[in-house]
Design a protein around this ligand. Structure first.
Ligand code: ADP
Ligand code: MG
Length: 330
């Protein structure tokens, strides 16, 4: 039975335990949270909002919805190279939510915050008569002047990407009832869609080891997000389509019906990192991939051109591949 559960019982029962007793939260008993920083550190902040039927379906359940919300917000932090500290939660509820939804939502948050070592320090809870929506604002810290930025790529840099591109898109199709894969393969892609892994460790290591100053996470699509780097750094990207890492679960030669390679590489939601580095850093990067047990692939390079900065994709004969779709449009 749907219930109108009171704001303060929700905060006490479900949100207070997520503070882990962090002093910054002031035990959710004050008007504000309070974050202390070391002298040589900067605070890095990012916010995401998700809306029912646009970013999630209520039938996904509280666990999946909360988990993905925090994971995708963490991915923004990963792209900055910062270390996660805290987050705040905006919660717009309505009368369709029962206690199980809140309990599952809190479990979904707890699962992610335990894995990535951050705590809840505050938020706001409101009632809406319309669709549900939730927001997370995340706070991280980084050494002064070390933040990874889209505008920091340099002429001649190599472009690297972590993990696989397109897994989440396959997972989205499967979640909508597509039968292109079944069994453990299906589970693999659904997990990639509902529970993306933000590349927090990779981001931090790129900073720590002075490998890169430029990164972005793949939220809208590889081509779209790489284009942001191009525009902000005023360089063009030359990438080889054959080098783009597609899951080994998918055969590039025999893609499922109705899916092209371009669909995969212009699809969003993978939350991998694109970063750039000098060619001389390649060995360090391979070692890093090994120690983090992740895939890191070089897909091309950046170069100053006289034309507008753009992404240029080449086939195995170095011929330009024409495409019109870069990625997901908001
Ligand atoms: P205010 O009236 O100043 O907005 P509230 O009564 O909404 O304060 O909140 C009381 C306390 O509970 C605050 O510390 C606030 O940060 C916390 N809080 C409210 N909603 C949430 C939430 N969704 N997640 C975490 N903390 C929350
Ligand atoms: Mg409030």
């Amino acid at each position: 039975m749907p219930k109108n559960i009171a704001e303060f019982s929700i905060i006490d029962e479900f949100f207070k335990p997520l503070t882990n007793g962090a002093a910054a939260s002031q035990n959710l008993a004050d008007d504000v949270a309070k974050i202390s920083l070391k002298q040589d550190e900067e605070l890095v902040v990012s916010q995401d909002i998700i809306v029912e039927d646009v970013h999630f379906l209520k039938k996904d359940g509280g666990f999946k919805i909360a988990s993905k919300l925090l994971r995708t917000n963490l991915s923004d932090l990963a792209a900055s190279g910062a270390k996660p500290l805290y987050y705040m939660l905006g919660f717009a509820k309505n009368n369709t939510l029962d206690k199980k939804f809140y309990a599952d939502f809190a479990l979904g948050l707890k699962d992610v915050q335990d894995q990535f070592k951050l705590s809840l320090i505050g938020g706001d809870t409101v009632k809406t008569s319309e669709k549900l929506f939730f927001s997370v604002t995340i706070f991280g810290s980084i050494k002064k002047g070390k933040i990874l930025s889209r505008k920091n790529a340099k002429d001649g840099d190599i472009i690297f990407v972590s993990g696989n591109i397109g897994d989440a898109a396959i997972g989205l199709l499967l979640s909508k009832g597509s039968e292109i894969y079944s069994g453990t393969k299906k589970d693999y892609f659904l997990t990639k869609h509902f529970f993306p892994t933000p590349q927090i460790k990779l981001g931090q290591k790129l900073v720590e080891k002075d490998i890169s100053r430029c990164a972005i996470d793949v939220s809208d699509g590889l081509l779209a997000d790489l284009k942001h780097i191009c525009q902000e750094s005023n360089l063009s990207a030359f990438i080889n389509q054959n080098d783009i890492p597609i899951s080994i679960q998918i055969s590039k030669k025999s893609l499922p019906k109705n899916i092209s390679l371009l669909d995969l590489i212009s699809a969003g939601d993978d939350y991998e990192l694109i970063f750039t580095a000098k060619k001389s850093a390649e060995k360090k990067i391979l070692q890093l991939a090994k120690s983090l047990k992740i895939r890191i692939t070089a897909i091309g390079y950046l170069k100053k051109t006289t034309k507008n900065p753009d992404v240029i994709m080449l086939d195995s004969n170095d011929k330009k591949i024409n495409f019109s779709k870069y990625g997901y449009q908001h």
